[in-house]
Design a protein around this ligand. Structure first.
Ligand SMILES: Cc1cc2nc3c(=O)[nH]c(=O)nc-3n(C[C@H](O)[C@H](O)[C@H](O)COP(=O)(O)O)c2cc1C
Length: 309
Protein backbone atom coordinates (compact mmCIF):
# COMPACT_ATOMS: atom_id res chain seq x y z
CA UNK A 1 0.00 0.00 0.00
CA UNK A 2 1.25 3.51 -0.81
CA UNK A 3 0.62 6.49 1.50
CA UNK A 4 -1.88 7.78 -1.10
CA UNK A 5 -3.74 4.44 -1.02
CA UNK A 6 -3.72 4.55 2.77
CA UNK A 7 -5.21 8.03 2.69
CA UNK A 8 -7.86 6.97 0.19
CA UNK A 9 -8.84 4.07 2.46
CA UNK A 10 -9.61 6.41 5.39
CA UNK A 11 -12.74 8.45 5.97
CA UNK A 12 -10.61 11.36 7.19
CA UNK A 13 -6.84 11.96 6.76
CA UNK A 14 -6.25 11.59 10.50
CA UNK A 15 -4.01 9.42 12.67
CA UNK A 16 -5.09 8.84 16.27
CA UNK A 17 -1.47 9.12 17.41
CA UNK A 18 0.26 6.60 19.71
CA UNK A 19 0.41 7.64 23.37
CA UNK A 20 2.36 5.93 26.13
CA UNK A 21 0.00 4.52 28.81
CA UNK A 22 -2.98 6.13 27.00
CA UNK A 23 -3.57 4.26 23.72
CA UNK A 24 -4.60 0.65 24.18
CA UNK A 25 -6.37 -1.83 21.93
CA UNK A 26 -9.82 -0.29 22.60
CA UNK A 27 -8.83 3.16 21.41
CA UNK A 28 -6.92 1.78 18.42
CA UNK A 29 -9.79 -0.45 17.33
CA UNK A 30 -12.43 2.25 17.86
CA UNK A 31 -10.39 4.78 15.86
CA UNK A 32 -9.65 2.43 12.96
CA UNK A 33 -13.27 1.24 12.85
CA UNK A 34 -14.43 4.86 12.79
CA UNK A 35 -12.32 5.45 9.66
CA UNK A 36 -9.13 7.12 10.89
CA UNK A 37 -5.78 5.37 11.49
CA UNK A 38 -5.71 3.96 15.04
CA UNK A 39 -2.35 3.29 16.65
CA UNK A 40 -0.62 2.29 19.87
CA UNK A 41 2.97 2.08 21.13
CA UNK A 42 4.28 -1.50 21.42
CA UNK A 43 5.70 -0.40 24.79
CA UNK A 44 2.17 -0.12 26.22
CA UNK A 45 2.10 -3.91 26.33
CA UNK A 46 3.95 -5.06 29.45
CA UNK A 47 5.62 -7.97 27.68
CA UNK A 48 6.07 -9.26 24.13
CA UNK A 49 3.61 -12.02 25.02
CA UNK A 50 0.97 -9.41 25.80
CA UNK A 51 1.91 -7.52 22.62
CA UNK A 52 1.31 -10.73 20.67
CA UNK A 53 -2.15 -11.10 22.23
CA UNK A 54 -2.96 -7.48 21.42
CA UNK A 55 -1.90 -7.90 17.78
CA UNK A 56 -4.16 -10.95 17.57
CA UNK A 57 -7.11 -9.01 19.06
CA UNK A 58 -6.56 -6.06 16.72
CA UNK A 59 -6.23 -8.25 13.62
CA UNK A 60 -9.48 -10.04 14.37
CA UNK A 61 -11.37 -6.86 15.26
CA UNK A 62 -10.34 -5.00 12.12
CA UNK A 63 -11.09 -7.83 9.70
CA UNK A 64 -14.04 -7.27 7.41
CA UNK A 65 -16.17 -9.86 5.59
CA UNK A 66 -17.04 -7.43 2.85
CA UNK A 67 -13.68 -5.82 2.04
CA UNK A 68 -10.10 -5.31 3.12
CA UNK A 69 -9.23 -5.05 6.84
CA UNK A 70 -9.17 -1.57 8.35
CA UNK A 71 -5.59 -0.25 8.57
CA UNK A 72 -3.79 0.49 11.84
CA UNK A 73 -0.33 1.49 13.04
CA UNK A 74 2.13 0.29 15.67
CA UNK A 75 4.69 2.62 17.24
CA UNK A 76 8.16 1.23 17.89
CA UNK A 77 10.82 3.13 19.82
CA UNK A 78 14.00 2.43 17.87
CA UNK A 79 16.40 3.49 20.62
CA UNK A 80 17.54 0.26 22.25
CA UNK A 81 17.24 -1.60 18.96
CA UNK A 82 19.58 -4.33 20.27
CA UNK A 83 17.37 -5.17 23.24
CA UNK A 84 15.62 -8.54 23.43
CA UNK A 85 12.24 -6.91 23.84
CA UNK A 86 12.76 -4.82 20.71
CA UNK A 87 13.83 -7.85 18.66
CA UNK A 88 10.83 -9.85 19.86
CA UNK A 89 8.40 -6.99 19.12
CA UNK A 90 9.88 -6.50 15.65
CA UNK A 91 9.53 -10.22 14.91
CA UNK A 92 5.85 -10.00 15.95
CA UNK A 93 5.39 -7.02 13.66
CA UNK A 94 6.81 -9.08 10.78
CA UNK A 95 4.32 -11.84 11.62
CA UNK A 96 1.18 -9.72 12.06
CA UNK A 97 2.15 -7.16 9.39
CA UNK A 98 0.55 -3.93 10.64
CA UNK A 99 0.05 -1.75 7.54
CA UNK A 100 1.96 1.14 9.17
CA UNK A 101 4.87 1.21 11.63
CA UNK A 102 5.64 4.51 13.35
CA UNK A 103 9.27 4.70 14.40
CA UNK A 104 10.45 7.18 17.00
CA UNK A 105 13.63 8.29 18.77
CA UNK A 106 16.39 6.28 17.03
CA UNK A 107 17.42 5.78 13.41
CA UNK A 108 14.75 3.97 11.39
CA UNK A 109 17.44 2.43 9.06
CA UNK A 110 17.36 -1.39 9.27
CA UNK A 111 13.83 -1.46 10.62
CA UNK A 112 12.61 0.26 7.46
CA UNK A 113 13.92 -2.56 5.24
CA UNK A 114 12.21 -5.18 7.37
CA UNK A 115 8.85 -3.36 7.33
CA UNK A 116 9.12 -2.75 3.59
CA UNK A 117 9.87 -6.44 3.05
CA UNK A 118 6.31 -7.36 4.06
CA UNK A 119 4.73 -4.35 2.33
CA UNK A 120 4.30 -2.09 5.39
CA UNK A 121 4.80 1.67 5.48
CA UNK A 122 7.25 3.40 7.82
CA UNK A 123 6.43 6.81 9.24
CA UNK A 124 9.18 8.41 11.34
CA UNK A 125 8.97 11.15 14.01
CA UNK A 126 11.13 14.24 13.42
CA UNK A 127 11.22 17.70 14.96
CA UNK A 128 13.85 19.46 12.86
CA UNK A 129 14.75 19.88 9.21
CA UNK A 130 18.09 18.17 9.84
CA UNK A 131 16.44 15.04 11.25
CA UNK A 132 13.89 15.12 8.44
CA UNK A 133 16.67 15.02 5.86
CA UNK A 134 18.32 12.07 7.63
CA UNK A 135 15.05 10.16 7.80
CA UNK A 136 14.41 10.78 4.09
CA UNK A 137 17.87 9.33 3.33
CA UNK A 138 17.03 6.21 5.31
CA UNK A 139 14.06 5.51 3.02
CA UNK A 140 11.02 6.13 5.21
CA UNK A 141 7.62 6.60 3.58
CA UNK A 142 6.35 9.37 5.81
CA UNK A 143 7.66 12.08 8.12
CA UNK A 144 5.74 12.96 11.26
CA UNK A 145 6.55 16.58 12.01
CA UNK A 146 6.42 17.23 15.75
CA UNK A 147 5.83 20.97 15.96
CA UNK A 148 5.58 23.48 18.79
CA UNK A 149 3.11 22.72 21.53
CA UNK A 150 2.53 19.08 20.54
CA UNK A 151 1.68 16.58 23.26
CA UNK A 152 4.39 14.23 24.52
CA UNK A 153 7.99 14.79 23.40
CA UNK A 154 7.25 17.98 21.59
CA UNK A 155 9.07 20.00 18.94
CA UNK A 156 9.75 23.72 18.87
CA UNK A 157 9.42 24.58 15.17
CA UNK A 158 6.41 26.42 13.87
CA UNK A 159 4.43 24.32 11.36
CA UNK A 160 4.26 27.23 8.89
CA UNK A 161 8.05 27.19 8.77
CA UNK A 162 8.56 23.42 8.72
CA UNK A 163 5.89 21.93 6.45
CA UNK A 164 6.53 23.99 3.28
CA UNK A 165 10.31 23.61 3.59
CA UNK A 166 10.03 19.84 3.78
CA UNK A 167 7.43 19.79 1.01
CA UNK A 168 9.92 21.70 -1.16
CA UNK A 169 12.51 18.96 -0.91
CA UNK A 170 10.38 15.82 -0.62
CA UNK A 171 7.24 14.36 -2.18
CA UNK A 172 6.69 11.59 0.38
CA UNK A 173 3.94 11.63 2.98
CA UNK A 174 3.91 14.40 5.59
CA UNK A 175 2.00 13.98 8.84
CA UNK A 176 1.60 17.14 10.87
CA UNK A 177 1.56 16.84 14.67
CA UNK A 178 0.91 19.61 17.16
CA UNK A 179 -2.30 20.96 18.65
CA UNK A 180 -4.67 19.80 15.90
CA UNK A 181 -7.97 19.47 17.73
CA UNK A 182 -10.78 19.87 15.21
CA UNK A 183 -11.73 19.22 11.59
CA UNK A 184 -10.73 22.73 10.49
CA UNK A 185 -7.25 21.98 11.84
CA UNK A 186 -7.14 18.77 9.77
CA UNK A 187 -8.00 20.73 6.63
CA UNK A 188 -5.48 23.46 7.55
CA UNK A 189 -2.74 20.80 7.77
CA UNK A 190 -3.59 19.70 4.22
CA UNK A 191 -3.63 23.26 2.90
CA UNK A 192 -0.18 23.79 4.37
CA UNK A 193 1.13 20.78 2.43
CA UNK A 194 0.67 17.88 4.84
CA UNK A 195 -1.15 14.67 3.86
CA UNK A 196 -2.39 13.64 7.30
CA UNK A 197 -3.19 15.30 10.62
CA UNK A 198 -1.55 13.45 13.52
CA UNK A 199 -3.65 14.00 16.64
CA UNK A 200 -2.78 12.82 20.14
CA UNK A 201 -4.19 14.96 22.95
CA UNK A 202 -7.70 15.15 21.41
CA UNK A 203 -7.93 11.34 21.36
CA UNK A 204 -6.54 11.04 24.91
CA UNK A 205 -9.84 12.56 26.04
CA UNK A 206 -11.91 9.99 24.13
CA UNK A 207 -13.84 7.49 26.24
CA UNK A 208 -11.89 4.47 24.98
CA UNK A 209 -8.47 5.86 25.96
CA UNK A 210 -6.67 4.32 28.92
CA UNK A 211 -6.27 7.71 30.64
CA UNK A 212 -7.86 7.68 34.10
CA UNK A 213 -11.05 9.67 34.67
CA UNK A 214 -9.04 12.21 36.67
CA UNK A 215 -6.63 12.61 33.74
CA UNK A 216 -9.53 13.07 31.33
CA UNK A 217 -11.15 15.61 33.64
CA UNK A 218 -7.94 17.64 33.63
CA UNK A 219 -7.88 17.47 29.82
CA UNK A 220 -11.30 19.15 29.91
CA UNK A 221 -10.49 21.75 32.58
CA UNK A 222 -6.88 22.72 31.79
CA UNK A 223 -6.16 25.29 29.08
CA UNK A 224 -3.30 26.18 26.79
CA UNK A 225 -1.70 28.38 29.47
CA UNK A 226 -1.57 25.36 31.78
CA UNK A 227 0.81 23.47 29.49
CA UNK A 228 4.41 23.42 30.64
CA UNK A 229 7.19 22.32 28.31
CA UNK A 230 10.06 20.98 30.38
CA UNK A 231 12.84 18.38 30.33
CA UNK A 232 12.62 18.05 34.12
CA UNK A 233 9.87 15.44 34.18
CA UNK A 234 10.74 12.79 31.58
CA UNK A 235 14.34 13.88 30.93
CA UNK A 236 13.55 15.16 27.42
CA UNK A 237 11.55 18.26 26.49
CA UNK A 238 7.91 17.26 26.78
CA UNK A 239 4.58 18.93 27.50
CA UNK A 240 2.76 18.35 30.80
CA UNK A 241 -0.35 19.77 32.43
CA UNK A 242 0.50 22.03 35.36
CA UNK A 243 -2.53 20.68 37.20
CA UNK A 244 -1.10 17.16 37.06
CA UNK A 245 2.24 18.37 38.44
CA UNK A 246 0.56 20.24 41.31
CA UNK A 247 -1.52 17.13 42.00
CA UNK A 248 1.73 15.32 42.90
CA UNK A 249 2.62 18.06 45.41
CA UNK A 250 5.22 19.65 43.12
CA UNK A 251 5.50 23.30 42.12
CA UNK A 252 5.55 23.41 38.28
CA UNK A 253 7.75 26.52 38.43
CA UNK A 254 10.26 25.00 40.86
CA UNK A 255 10.86 21.51 39.52
CA UNK A 256 14.18 19.96 40.53
CA UNK A 257 16.76 20.14 37.71
CA UNK A 258 17.77 17.00 35.82
CA UNK A 259 20.43 14.89 37.53
CA UNK A 260 22.20 14.01 34.30
CA UNK A 261 21.47 13.70 30.64
CA UNK A 262 17.92 12.32 30.28
CA UNK A 263 17.53 11.69 34.02
CA UNK A 264 14.94 13.79 35.83
CA UNK A 265 15.56 14.90 39.41
CA UNK A 266 12.02 14.10 40.59
CA UNK A 267 11.46 12.02 43.73
CA UNK A 268 11.82 8.29 42.84
CA UNK A 269 8.16 7.47 43.38
CA UNK A 270 6.90 10.06 40.89
CA UNK A 271 6.94 8.77 37.32
CA UNK A 272 6.49 10.83 34.18
CA UNK A 273 3.44 9.81 32.11
CA UNK A 274 2.05 7.57 34.90
CA UNK A 275 1.75 10.24 37.62
CA UNK A 276 2.42 13.47 35.76
CA UNK A 277 0.26 13.72 32.67
CA UNK A 278 1.10 15.00 29.24
CA UNK A 279 -1.08 17.08 26.94
CA UNK A 280 -0.34 19.45 24.10
CA UNK A 281 -1.40 23.09 23.87
CA UNK A 282 -4.48 21.96 21.94
CA UNK A 283 -5.90 20.93 25.32
CA UNK A 284 -7.60 24.34 25.43
CA UNK A 285 -9.94 23.11 22.68
CA UNK A 286 -11.13 20.09 24.65
CA UNK A 287 -14.34 20.42 26.59
CA UNK A 288 -15.84 16.96 26.46
CA UNK A 289 -15.06 13.25 26.67
CA UNK A 290 -16.79 11.80 23.60
CA UNK A 291 -16.73 8.27 22.25
CA UNK A 292 -14.09 7.84 19.57
CA UNK A 293 -16.82 7.22 16.96
CA UNK A 294 -18.62 10.41 18.03
CA UNK A 295 -15.36 12.36 17.91
CA UNK A 296 -14.59 11.15 14.38
CA UNK A 297 -18.14 12.01 13.24
CA UNK A 298 -17.65 15.53 14.58
CA UNK A 299 -14.20 15.88 13.02
CA UNK A 300 -15.72 14.90 9.68
CA UNK A 301 -18.53 17.47 9.96
CA UNK A 302 -16.00 20.20 10.85
CA UNK A 303 -13.68 19.09 8.05
CA UNK A 304 -16.47 19.19 5.45
CA UNK A 305 -17.56 22.63 6.72
CA UNK A 306 -13.96 23.85 6.38
CA UNK A 307 -13.90 22.64 2.75
CA UNK A 308 -16.75 25.10 2.00
CA UNK A 309 -14.92 28.14 3.39
C1 LIG B 1 0.14 11.31 26.82
C2 LIG B 1 0.96 11.24 25.58
C3 LIG B 1 1.81 10.17 25.39
C4 LIG B 1 2.56 10.07 24.20
N1 LIG B 1 3.34 8.96 24.00
C5 LIG B 1 3.97 8.77 22.80
C6 LIG B 1 4.66 7.56 22.51
O1 LIG B 1 4.70 6.62 23.32
N2 LIG B 1 5.26 7.43 21.30
C7 LIG B 1 5.22 8.45 20.37
O2 LIG B 1 5.78 8.28 19.28
N3 LIG B 1 4.57 9.60 20.62
C8 LIG B 1 3.94 9.77 21.80
N4 LIG B 1 3.22 10.93 22.03
C9 LIG B 1 3.12 11.94 20.96
C10 LIG B 1 1.91 11.68 20.06
O3 LIG B 1 2.09 10.47 19.34
C11 LIG B 1 1.70 12.84 19.06
O4 LIG B 1 2.89 13.12 18.37
C12 LIG B 1 1.24 14.12 19.76
O5 LIG B 1 0.30 13.83 20.75
C13 LIG B 1 0.64 15.08 18.74
O6 LIG B 1 0.39 16.33 19.30
P1 LIG B 1 -1.02 16.74 20.00
O7 LIG B 1 -1.08 15.98 21.29
O8 LIG B 1 -0.85 18.20 20.21
O9 LIG B 1 -2.12 16.36 19.08
C14 LIG B 1 2.48 11.08 23.21
C15 LIG B 1 1.61 12.16 23.42
C16 LIG B 1 0.84 12.26 24.58
C17 LIG B 1 -0.11 13.41 24.75
Amino acid sequence: MSPAELKASLRLPVVAAPMFLVSGTRLLIAASKAGVLGSLPASNARTSKQFEEWLGTITTALKSDSGPSKPYAINLIVRGAESRRFMADLALIERFKPPVVITSVGKPGDVTDRIHAYGGLVFHDVATLRHAKKAIESGVDGLILLTAGAGGHTGTANPFALVPQIRRLWDGAILLAGCISDGAGVRAAEILGADFAYMGTRFAAARESLASSEYKQLLVTQGTDDILTTDRISGLAATFMRGSIARMGLDPDKLPPRIGLLQPGLPEEIKAWRDVWSAGQGVGMIDDIPTTAGLVDRLEREYLAALQR
